[in-house]
Ligand binder design. Structure first.
Ligand SMILES: CC(C)(COP(=O)(O)OP(=O)(O)OC[C@H]1O[C@@H](n2cnc3c(N)ncnc32)[C@H](O)[C@@H]1OP(=O)(O)O)[C@@H](O)C(=O)NCCC(=O)NCCS
Length: 161
């Protein structure tokens, strides 16, 4: 199991304007298949790929949506499509009462086009509007794309007690 660092972003920090995406919408339980397919494809051959197959992604998605990692926030989370395929998602749970960005992921053919950044900005804006003081996430030391994305949006390693 790879070490994950706890990063946090106060939600009273200003956010860039939320880029509109008419194809983005809240997540429902019926999106499990879309999320599992996106999870498998987006992590495949990336720094965080631990060799899981499609069945592992489906099981992980069920655990996520069923609340194993804290209650899933269907309202703050979002998924966007291009054609009939899921292109990117930003998925939020509650962890010890706080908002946790559990997954940010983009399908291989849509990477580096700003979808994850836009989804995160919209999601952080919803969390701020809902009164959450901060957003938390876990990131691995070698996930350079994710670290650059999160750093650019104001996430920093959480202070240790
Ligand atoms: C990390 C991930 C979600 C980024 O998705 P994306 O839609 O391609 O990201 P964006 O196009 O919005 O990129 C936003 C910023 O992220 C950083 N970034 C994204 N991909 C990068 C790469 N391959 N190398 C370096 N920086 C990268 C850049 O700072 C980029 O801004 P720029 O394009 O203006 O330079 C995507 O690579 C992914 O799905 N990875 C696998 C899943 C994962 O590791 N999720 C994070 C777990 S903590």
């Amino acid at each position: 199991m790879t070490t994950r660092e706890h990063w946090v972003r106060p939600l009273d920090l200003p956010l860039p304007p939320a880029p509109p995406d008419p194809l983005a919408r809240p997540v429902t339980r019926a999106d499990a298949g879309h999320i599992a397919a996106l999870m498998f494809a987006s992590y495949h051959a990336t720094p965080d790929d631990e060799g899981q197959g499609p069945a592992d992604a489906a099981a992980e998605t069920d655990r996520l949506l069923d609340g194993t990692y804290g209650p899933f926030d269907f309202d703050a989370s979002e998924i966007t499509f291009r054609g009939d395929q899921p292109a990117s998602a930003t998925l939020v749970t509650r962890y010890q009462g706080d908002a946790l960005i559990a997954f940010s992921m983009t399908a291989p053919s849509w990477k580096r086009r700003g979808l994850a950044r836009a989804g995160l900005i919209r999601t952080l804006a919803r969390l701020a509007a809902a009164g959450h003081p901060a957003a938390h996430l876990a990131v691995t030391p070698h996930n350079t794309p994710a670290r650059a994305l999160y750093t650019s949006l104001g996430f920093r390693p959480a202070p240790t007690a």
